[in-house]
Design a protein around this ligand. Structure first.
Ligand code: ZN
Length: 166
C-alpha cells in the first residue's frame, strides 16, 4: 500500500524531526558545556561561579571572605583523627592527657584545603547585566546542577562516614 501524504502532513513531519534534531543537539551542547564547566572547576581550581563566568566570558566582581571551613585560621583538625574507631577522639583525649594537650594545642592540625592555609577565599560573582536572559538562565542552570550534585555527594559522604551502605 502506498501512503500519500498531503503537503501539510509532510511539513508537520519535517517540523517534528527538525524539532527533535534541534532538541538533541541542544542537549548534546548542554552536556558538553557542563563537562567543560566541571573541567574548569577541577583542573583550574575555580569556584563554580568563576567557571561559569569563564565559560561565557562574563565580567565578574570579586571580594575576599574569611574561610568558612577553618574560620580564617588556615588550619583545622585532621579529618583522619575523626575516623579512628574505638573510643573516638573524645575518648582518646579523656584516656590520655598528653594526647589531649597536644590535640588542643593544634599539634595535629592540618592546613585547610578550602583556603590552602591562607584563611581567606576569593568570592567571584558573575555579572549578568550585559548578557541575554538565555545565557543568564543557562549559567544559573549550571550552578544549580553543580550545587545539587554537591549536596548529594556530601549527603553520601556523610552516610558513608556513618557506615551506611547504599
Ligand atoms: Zn580555610
Amino acid at each position: 500500500m502506498k501512503i500519500t501524504l498531503s503537503k501539510s502532513q509532510w511539513e508537520m513531519i519535517g517540523n517534528k524531526t527538525g524539532w527533535m534534531k534541534s532538541a538533541q543537539e541542544e542537549s548534546e551542547q548542554n552536556y558538553l558545556e557542563y563537562e567543560r564547566f566541571m573541567d574548569i572547576i577541577k583542573e583550574e581550581n575555580k569556584s563554580p561561579e568563576a567557571a561559569v563566568a569563564q565559560l561565557f566570558n562574563l565580567p565578574v566582581r570579586t571580594h575576599w571572605e574569611i574561610c568558612e571551613h577553618c574560620h580564617g585560621e588556615g588550619v583545622h583538625d585532621n579529618p583522619n583523627l575523626h575516623s579512628v574507631g574505638g573510643p573516638g577522639i573524645e575518648g582518646l583525649a579523656e584516656e590520655d592527657p598528653d594526647f589531649r594537650e597536644e590535640y588542643m594545642s593544634g599539634m595535629y592540625d592540618v592546613p585547610c584545603k578550602t583556603c590552602r592555609g591562607t584563611g581567606k577565599v576569593k568570592i567571584t560573582k558573575p555579572l549578568y547585566d550585559k548578557v541575554s536572559p538565555e545565557v543568564k538562565a543557562r549559567c544559573e542552570e549550571l550552578l544549580r546542577d553543580y550545587y545539587s550534585g554537591q549536596d548529594e555527594m556530601a549527603a553520601e559522604a556523610k552516610m558513608r562516614a556513618r557506615g551506611i551502605q547504599f
